[in-house]
Ligand binder design. Structure first.
Ligand SMILES: Cc1cc2nc3c(=O)[nH]c(=O)nc-3n(C[C@H](O)[C@H](O)[C@H](O)COP(=O)(O)OP(=O)(O)OC[C@H]3O[C@@H](n4cnc5c(N)ncnc54)[C@H](O)[C@@H]3O)c2cc1C
Length: 546
């Protein structure tokens, strides 16, 4: 059934409306949401800052950028034909392969014709009299739509460090997110990398392969574990294809939609020997098993967490030859798994190379970037290239960068200044007809698994409204408060809440992001879906519909 009647209705009430729905963002989430709304017969426009589709996988072209998700669990599941056609080459695909995949999807479903590139949305304002959204682009163009769907990413608002002199450097500066499309050569070059999060770890490992000299500026070392990437043979791909239904079913059952399910045992329920053998096995296997498939208590029980942290620390000491450097690479201010675990492919061995130097900036802070390099409290270094692997204003950053205003002109940024408040991470009270695909406090995890679910739920709600001639969908204050309270309660007792990281809303480079907040839903995806399904099954009575 086609729903061009949304526009017809707008015509009746005497307003010019450009689209039934505007989606912001053409990454994994936005592309799928476009496909779904188009299936519903809606007239949709996607606005995207970049010049191509892919979001994360369009922007982050830095050397070594790749999945920590198994490729075949990351692809879309909605189209059997797509599953039949696409062959993953690597177990954990690199950025070029993933970007190719998302372009293939865009072409296959002819999505590009509704995507307007080079179109950064700067403002979106709700108009009560027409129950619609006005959307403004950076270049001044304006559009309107009944529904506004944000698909703007959780890691898409990059941040630079607040170091004086950054703009004065005369060599080449690159933020990993804005990596140039043309290749950057490191051969014979003096290169600095600032930042050692998941992106820094990947970048450093790759740059070290060809660099003249590499200097790594580290503030917080990470509990990295091996990725164990490899090629997928044709035969394996055939087996994966036959297994897709089981693979996706398994992802549905796990806490974070990965194929790795938590081990039901507690750390102390097994002997020390069994424990060590289990951890050796996880450490030698591909992917996030060591984090997501570990004993059930490692992320809640201090003693259990100390034991697994000690296991990983021993691995670092085994792999790094210089004991002083090894100690610097072992985190001391947080336990294993309480920050996002970077998966690596030879990261620690990089520090055994004679042409690699590690600088701990908690000992010798960076004072400034100079025209020729970086000055710390005890030395001045010269560089040809400075790489900023300084991450993102995560989860709410991409929202904060748009002037989103709801009923009575209330600003979303202002509403969320003490932390996000949403209903299921999809709706916000006071912001009617705005739906978020993977907004804050939605069920997170292996991304497309979670994004497909959120986009399907949003589509179901829009279909419900259209079927009944409803033109205003809003979360109730009580509903949003209850969900926010539940999100906060679900993180109680989890050790990650005691640690500064992007997962607790901390970013030292962003004003107002110095206080820890609960940014993610920690109840697990199965519980998230159960709640969402109950709301839909009850005819969305928990929402304000008109
Ligand atoms: C380096 C890196 C590695 C990752 N690895 C994994 C992994 O292994 N597994 C996993 O599950 N997840 C991973 N992630 C998370 C990743 O972000 C998601 O997997 C997924 O790509 C997010 O898709 P999205 O469409 O929701 O958002 P994004 O891919 O971030 O896309 C959002 C899009 O919105 C656009 N946009 C934002 N604001 C505006 C605006 N105002 N106007 C117009 N356009 C706008 C952006 O340009 C962007 O293209 C990784 C993230 C990074 C950065």
């Amino acid at each position: 059934m086609a729903y061009s009647r949304v526009i017809a209705h707008k015509a009746e009430i005497g307003t010019a409306v450009d689209f039934d729905a505007i989606i912001i963002g053409a990454g994994v989430s936005g592309l799928y949401q476009l496909y779904q709304l188009r299936e519903l017969g809606l007239k949709v426009r996607v606005f995207e800052t970049g010049t191509g589709v892919g979001g994360t996988w369009y922007w982050n072209r830095y050397p070594g950028a790749r999945f920590d998700s198994e490729s075949y669990t990351y692809g879309y599941s909605f189209s059997q034909e797509l599953l039949e056609e696409w062959n993953w080459v690597e177990r954990f695909a690199g950025q070029p392969e993933t970007e190719r995949y998302l372009n293939y999807v865009a072409d296959k479903f002819d999505l590009r014709r509704d995507v307007q590139f080079k179109s950064r949305v700067t403002a979106a304002h709700y108009r009560e009299e027409t129950r619609s959204w006005d959307v403004m682009l950076e270049d001044g163009r304006r559009y309107s739509a009944r529904f506004l769907v944000t698909a703007i990413g959780v890691l898409s608002a990059p941040t630079m460090p607040r170091i004086p002199g950054v703009e004065k450097f005369r060599g080449q500066s690159c933020h990993t997110h804005y990596w140039p499309k043309e290749p950057v050569s490191f051969a014979g070059k003096r290169v600095a990398v600032i930042g050692t999060g998941a992106t820094g770890v990947q970048t450093i490992t790759e740059v070290a392969k060809t660099v003249g000299h590499l200097t790594v500026f580290q503030r917080t070392p990470q509990w990295c574990a091996p990725l164990h990437n490899g090629k997928i043979s044709e035969e394996e791909m055939r087996a994966i294809r036959a297994d897709y239904p089981e693979i996706f079913a398994r992802c549905q059952q796990t806490y974070g939609c990965f194929i790795h399910a938590t081990d039901p045992r507690a750390t102390h329920e097994v002997t020390q020997q069994e424990r060590e053998a289990f951890w050796e096995k996880l450490y030698s296997e591909p992917g996030f098993g060591i984090w997501m498939g570990n004993f059930r208590d490692i992320l809640v029980d201090r003693e259990a967490n100390a034991l697994i942290s000690d296991f990983i620390a021993r691995k670092i000491r085994e792999r790094v030859k210089d004991p002083v450097v090894a100690e610097k690479l072992i985190p001391k201010n947080h336990g294993f798994g309480t920050r996002r675990v970077p998966l690596e492919s030879g990261y620690f061995e990089v520090y055994n190379q004679p042409n690699v130097k590690l600088i701990d900036i908690t000992e010798t802070p960076i004072e400034r970037v100079t025209p020729t390099g970086i000055k710390t409290s005890d030395a001045e270094y010269e560089f040809d290239i400075i790489i900023y692997a300084t991450g993102f204003d995560a989860i709410t950053g991409s929202f904060d960068r748009i002037d989103i205003r709801g009923v009575d002109g209330v600003s979303l940024k202002e509403k969320w200044k003490d932390g996000p408040q949403t209903f299921l991470g999809i709706l916000v009270d006071g912001f009617p007809n705005m739906l978020m695909v993977m907004g804050p406090h939605a069920g997170l995890g292996n991304f497309p698994r979670a994004a497909e679910y959120s986009a399907d739920w949003a589509t179901g709600l829009i279909r419900f409204a259209l079927d009944r001639g409803l033109t205003r969908i809003e979360a109730s204050v009580a509903g949003a408060t209850a969900w926010t309270d539940h999100v906060i309660a679900s993180s109680e007792g989890l050790l990650f809440t005691e640690v500064d990281s992007w997962m607790t809303g901390i970013n030292r480079n962003v004003e107002g992001k110095q206080v820890r907040r609960i940014m993610r839903y920690s109840g697990g995806h199965p519980a998230f879906r159960e709640r969402c399904e109950a709301v839909a099954a009850a005819g969305y009575r928990e929402l304000s519909l008109a």
